[in-house]
Design a protein around this ligand. Structure first.
Ligand code: UDP
Length: 459
């Protein structure tokens, strides 16, 4: 290894580099928390075996050190005109998935701003969720045979929910297709109904979309997560980017000692550059392409590669992809493949925080929250120009956009050998997230939209 690279890695990584020296490292092994890892590789298994109890949600003032008082004052000012108004959010799951995560934070923050917000979850049997999952996949462009039975199951469960729910609030927001038929409870009063679509509708299954569209068009507005996901509709459409919570386990500032401990536990050498991709083991995340890019770049600049993803045990395709990744990694001791349980927010945060460069080399992508998380941590980020990644990675300003393995390898090499430029990208990236993709920006968008919907503000 060249001494120059050692210096760069120290300059770009957080905290002191007193980590493992890599001695006794096993070649690219998968570290599943349930398996006993080699003793010398992972001294103390730190991953919890069961999900931890979630901490209480943060209060608005907790965000002040991150976004400043002026931003919070703006939220309070925008909320004033809405004091006493009521909002209902409806989705189909209380836990798991990005929507539940956002609603978990959004509901208490709006309520603290005196816009009383209630979150309701629709219920349904297995038949309903099988249909809605099939709709979800079909709306993402998958093949599907829409039957009358599926239509009936969808409508029946929505009817049952409609019968047990009340809709007295000033604004009702239905999230995603599952509760879309609750719109039938809309009356001709001043109440406003909004459809918030979190999924990519750029290439929907024509029949499924043809079935849902008349329901969607009964709303007063629709919200999409990216320009590319929007459809031609007869109602106004708004763009709301997804967001992250800077105070969540995955995004809060960690102690340098914890970051070091996680790296030690996983056998990651902090004295040398660390490239990381955090992703489910899914072909569309192109982990093999990441390995190829790392191998190309490594001819010119020393580095390690961390590929960390979710548990593959309940996903047959995930297990196959993981096996392919292991094979491609071969006996390279500098490729570290981690198979983490779903409650590894702190560990993922530590891996991202310890990284010299973060990569998201997806072939297809939704918004790419891993990119948001990387940028928020001020990391030089390389992302493919797909899905919502170009909204976040503005080439040469907030990161590097790539279109191929070779392009990715080139950017790795360039950023490793231009640490000041890399650092500037990271700083800009964090500002970009602060401005656009934090939960507090999301609260602001909701407040503005409520004002528009209630005729308090004009567009
Ligand atoms: N993630 C995780 N564990 C993993 C892999 C990913 O918690 O093993 C998280 C990641 O940090 C991010 C989210 O899952 O918050 C993935 O969102 P993204 O939009 O990047 O991709 P998706 O998996 O939804 O396609």
């Amino acid at each position: 290894m060249e001494p120059q690279n050692r210096e760069q890695s120290t300059a770009l990584s957080e905290g002191a580099s007193n980590g493992s020296n890599g001695e006794g490292k096993q070649p690219s092994s998968v570290l599943a928390p349930t398996e006993a890892p080699p003793r010398d590789r992972r001294k103390k298994p730190r991953i919890r075996e069961t999900p931890p109890t979630p901490p209480p949600p943060p209060r608005l003032d907790d965000y002040e050190p991150l976004i400043g008082k002026a931003e919070l004052d703006e939220l309070r000012f925008l909320a004033q005109a809405l004091h006493g108004k009521t909002v209902k959010m409806v989705n189909s799951t209380a836990v798991g998935g990005g929507v539940a995560e956002i609603l978990n934070r959004l509901t208490p923050l709006l309520t603290e701003l005196e816009v009383a917000t209630h979150w309701d979850v629709i219920t349904g049997g297995n038949d309903f969720f099988e249909v809605t999952k099939a709709f979800h996949n079909a709306l993402h462009g998958g093949a599907y045979q829409l039957t009358n039975e599926a239509r009936e199951i969808f409508l029946l469960h929505n009817e049952q929910n409609r019968a047990r729910m009340r809709f007295d609030e000033d604004v009702i927001i239905l999230h995603d297709p599952q509760p879309a038929a609750l719109i039938k409870s809309k009356t001709d009063n001043h109440q406003r109904w909004i459809w918030r679509c979190h999924i990519d509708l750029s290439n929907p299954h024509p029949e499924v979309w043809g079935f849902l569209r008349p329901l969607v068009e009964q709303h007063d507005a629709a919200i999409f997560s990216s320009q590319a996901f929007a459809r031609q509709l007869s109602i106004p459409q708004y763009l709301f980017y997804p967001c992250i919570d800077p105070l969540s386990e995955k995004n809060k500032q960690l102690d340098a000692s914890f970051i070091q401990q996680v790296c030690d536990d996983f056998g990651i050498d902090r004295s040398r550059p660390i490239l990381t991709q955090i992703s489910r083991f899914d072909r569309l995340k192109d982990p093999l392409g990441v390995i190829q890019a790392y191998q190309l770049a490594k001819k010119y600049a020393d580095c390690q590669l961390v590929l960390a993803g979710g548990s593959a045990t309940d996903d047959p395709e995930g297990a196959v992809v993981l096996a392919e990744v292991m094979q491609a990694a071969g006996d390279d001791p500098d490729i570290i493949v981690l198979n983490l349980p779903p409650w590894s927010g702190l560990e993922i945060n530590a891996l991202q925080s310890a990284s010299t460069i973060i990569i998201q080399k997806s072939l297809k992508e939704g918004f790419g929250l891993t990119v948001t998380e990387a940028l928020w941590k001020g990391k030089p980020t390389i992302g493919s120009a797909v899905g919502g990644i170009p909204n976040q990675v503005i080439h040469k300003l907030t990161g590097a956009l790539v279109h191929s393995v070779e392009g990715c390898a080139y950017q790795i090499r360039y950023l490793l050998t231009h640490p000041e430029f890399a650092e500037q990208l990271g700083k800009n990236g964090r500002e970009h997230v602060k401005e656009n993709f934090l939960i507090t920006s999301n609260v602001k968008r909701w407040l503005l939209l409520f004002q528009i919907m209630m005729g308090i503000a004009r567009q």
